[in-house]
Design a protein around this ligand. Sequence first.
Ligand SMILES: C[S@@+](CC[C@H](N)C(=O)[O-])C[C@H]1O[C@@H](n2cnc3c(N)ncnc32)[C@H](O)[C@@H]1O
Length: 347
Amino acid sequence: TDEMNARYKNPDGDVRGLWKSGDVLVKSFSQSGVFPIINPNTQEEFYPPKGSCYRFSEDSAKRYLKENRFYFGKDGKGGPQLKRFLSEVQEGIVTKTIWLRTEVGDNQDAKKEVKVFNDDSIFSTPKPERLIRRILELSTKPDDLILDSFLGSGTTAAVAHKMGRKWIGIELGEHAKTHCYPRLKQVVDGEQGGISKAVNWQGGGGFKFYTLAPSLLNQDQYGNWIISKEYNPQMLAAAMAKQEGFRYQPHQHIYWKQGQSAEQDFIFTTTQFLTVESLDRIHNEMQTGETLLICCKAFQQDCKNKFPEITIKKIPQMLYKRCEFGKDDYSLNIVNMPVKEASAEQP
Ligand SMILES: C[S@@+](CC[C@H](N)C(=O)[O-])C[C@H]1O[C@@H](n2cnc3c(N)ncnc32)[C@H](O)[C@@H]1O
């Protein structure tokens, strides 16, 4: 903690940085811990007091002397004190079970932190950045991926970002837009509240903000799977392109070229009944080497397998097959994860 760190000083200007003096004696007696340590400045011998012993062996003491790990007081004439360097102990502090508000903050601190990002509506249950910092310090390393599926005012993401972790935040409420988004934008810009000064946060990185679409499939009153009424034809076409691994990019003039996966591989989603006639028209427009996936609600039986370069799939059946209902294993099946662009600002 900052308070613990403040106990470290460097009165002899040691190049290893801040240190505090540690006890050279140990309670449990062992004869091997009884030997003299010679003060190199005065050649005076220092034995442990009668009945006690040093906490290290004579060999270790010799090494400590050589490595300048003993401090013999301001004037250099005193008995040995063991230097415990902050840089060496920091990784190994065992955390206590009680975390005091003086160390990790409280709700008042958290509210003040959030107020900076949204003064109009203070989020009611924010956590202080110092608290999340403590948790992330104990449980993660830089570059780890942190998931907070109840992001609230965005504290976890803000702290993870400042601590050099990657993060994913999920938030159901409007405060995703009113709190999380402005807060994280300011973090990227180098905001100096919360733990910023303690971790020397200077700004940088970036993030992407996604809005989850409504569920594409719904069950009707008879339990049949149908396409959600919230989807208009464009939304459906975009969703199908995404599902099938195509980039949704409707062609300006050719209506059936809605998306592309490779240079000559296209997707077309239609809510209309596909007839042989309309299929022939599309086929006539296709250039040699082009392939096409048609996603439709229904089609004339003769369409199936009519052209080897055209594949026809029926929605919602094609989607339904992909859904994982009633399975024991619901391990996340992420289709088409966004690819990290070389120049993109990523958290
Ligand atoms: C207690 S708050 C989290 C506070 C957060 N730790 C902070 O410091 O700001 C819990 C949040 O979870 C959100 N939430 C609840 N159910 C959710 C769900 N199913 N999906 C996503 N977010 C949800 C709530 O809207 C609320 O903002």
